[in-house]
Design a protein. Structure first.
Ligand SMILES: Cc1cc2nc3c(=O)[nH]c(=O)nc-3n(C[C@H](O)[C@H](O)[C@H](O)COP(=O)(O)OP(=O)(O)OC[C@H]3O[C@@H](n4cnc5c(N)ncnc54)[C@H](O)[C@@H]3O)c2cc1C
Length: 434
């Protein structure tokens, strides 16, 4: 690849990572009739996280406020997973990651409903709310994130055990429980992290967690150890960067064991039970179970790929099996090159919002959508590193593929990229909620 093209791609990623490159996003309604159709159109967005809130906001922006958009989420505020590993080791507060959705209502006129969607009735184009009442839609957008496959760890079907061996892969209460467990651990104890086979939410996040837990232990409980028990054959993201950081900053403190598939836990012994290897006892068990699309997608039978992920048309994010329901974010089936991340959910949301607007206005949709994926991790004491790619729609596979030569990865973690990671988080929070 020519140097100038590589440079252009890197610049696109590192400076404008929250835009899409190219695309036909801002076409105006071409006639009075399409404008009238838009005015009556009702879109309900289920899930006010990175995917859902961004879709709701951009539906309003692209339609000039004409589409009637309702955003439903049980919680008044959103708590961000990105940077939540820094809450576990005390470098940040949960309040730093808590974002209000009120600006979406005030600035863009989105109707915010704090409730849970209990049921979707695709034939009738209606949803049922937990607190009672139904709502009708022309288009439904689902970005419910992930839920856990508790059936693969039988003892953990018990909610009391789930609250003891927390995953902390949804930021909030569980993040704070894990922080408390780390603080209460004896010096000389073992903090074990069990990682499921990919795909799971945010591939590098468990390894970032190992790094940041070790950062805390080095300072406060230096005789302790982090044990990473990974079902995968190798660290699934930024492997060489993590290995270098672990041996440089935390020598003999982080032990990594691959091919460890968890089959159950033993609460009495505080132990992890594996398919092949011996049981492992530890002071803290951070059990990250296998994941699938959020419960509402699963219950609606939208998760048609291995009963885990939802299959969509990558030009519109419409479900392949249920018309007028669009699914995005962590809940969908995507290529192995596409991580389940906030950055990717943000890009998908803009493509989905643009497609829905164009469909409702009876205008042609963009046939060449693209987005960027950039993922920072914090490895040392305020040092960060990134991995990034640009993705475009591949007509042959009808899915999003990495643009050849667009890959970029830090050579080593460094203080500048810690600051870039914080800036990235602030930018995506603003792009989603303000
Ligand atoms: C520790 C950690 C660190 C991470 N770091 C990064 C990072 O640095 N960069 C990055 O890009 N990504 C990161 N991620 C991944 C990122 O958080 C997710 O990929 C992203 O949140 C996915 O967006 P989503 O919209 O699919 O789901 P979410 O953002 O989880 O939003 C789902 C929303 O749906 C709501 N919901 C679910 N069911 C219903 C229902 N029935 N009715 C109403 N509402 C419902 C939930 O309340 C929730 O608010 C990290 C994840 C973790 C766990």
């Amino acid at each position: 690849m020519q140097n100038s093209r590589r440079k252009f791609l890197e610049q696109s990623l590192l400076s404008g990572y929250l835009g899409t490159i190219g695309g036909n996003l801002l076409a105006n309604p071409s006639s009075q009739s399409s404008s009238a159709a838009l005015k009556k159109a009702k879109v309900i967005v289920v899930g006010g996280g990175f995917g859902g809130a961004t879709t709701a906001k951009y539906l309003k922006i692209y339609s000039g406020g004409k589409i009637d958009v309702t955003l439903i989420d049980p919680a008044q505020n959103f708590i961000s997973c990105p940077l939540s590993n820094l809450v576990i080791n005390g470098q940040m507060e949960i309040s730093d990651l808590t974002k209000s959705r009120l600006e979406l209502e005030r600035k863009y006129g989105i109707n915010i409903v704090n409730d849970t969607v209990e049921q979707i009735m695709p034939e009738a184009r209606k949803i049922l709310l937990k607190q009672g009442g139904t709502m009708s839609y022309d288009k439904l957008v689902l970005s419910p994130g992930i839920d856990m496959m508790w059936e693969s760890i039988p003892t953990m079907k018990d909610p009391a055990i789930q609250n003891r061996f927390v995953h902390a892969m949804k930021a909030g209460t569980q993040t704070l429980i894990l922080k408390k467990q780390l603080e209460s651990m004896e010096d000389g104890g073992v903090f074990a992290i069990s990682i499921p086979l990919a795909p799971y939410r945010c591939p590098p996040s468990p390894y970032e967690r190992a790094s940041q837990v070790a950062h805390y232990l080095k300072k406060f409980k230096p005789k302790s150890k982090v044990l990473v028990l990974d079902a995968n054959a190798e660290i699934t993201s930024k492997a060489s960067l993590f290995k270098r950081a672990w041996s440089t900053y935390y020598p003999n403190m982080i032990e990594y064991r691959n091919n460890h598939t968890l089959v159950d836990v033993d609460p009495a012994a505080s132990a992890l039970l594996f398919e092949v290897q011996d049981d492992v006892k530890a002071s803290v068990l951070n059990v990250i179970p296998p994941m699938r699309a959020g419960d509402i997608a699963h219950r609606t039978k939208l998760a048609n790929i291995n009963q885990r992920w939802c299959e969509v048309d990558f030009l519109t994010y419409e479900s392949k099996i249920m018309p007028n329901i669009h699914v995005l974010g962590d809940a969908i089936q995507s290529s192995t090159q596409t991580p389940k991340s906030a950055q990717v959910a943000n890009g998908q949301a803009k493509i989905c919002a643009s497609a829905i607007y164009h469909l409702l206005a009876d205008l042609p949709i963009d046939k060449n959508p693209n987005f960027s994926s950039i993922c920072y991790s914090i490895l040392g004491d305020k040092t960060g590193a990134h991995i990034s790619t640009l993705h475009h729609f591949d007509k042959n596979t009808q899915s999003m593929a990495v643009i050849a030569g667009s890959n970029s990865i830090s050579t080593t973690d460094n203080p500048k990229e810690y600051l870039s990671a914080i800036k990235w988080a602030n930018d995506i929070w603003a792009d989603t909620f303000i």
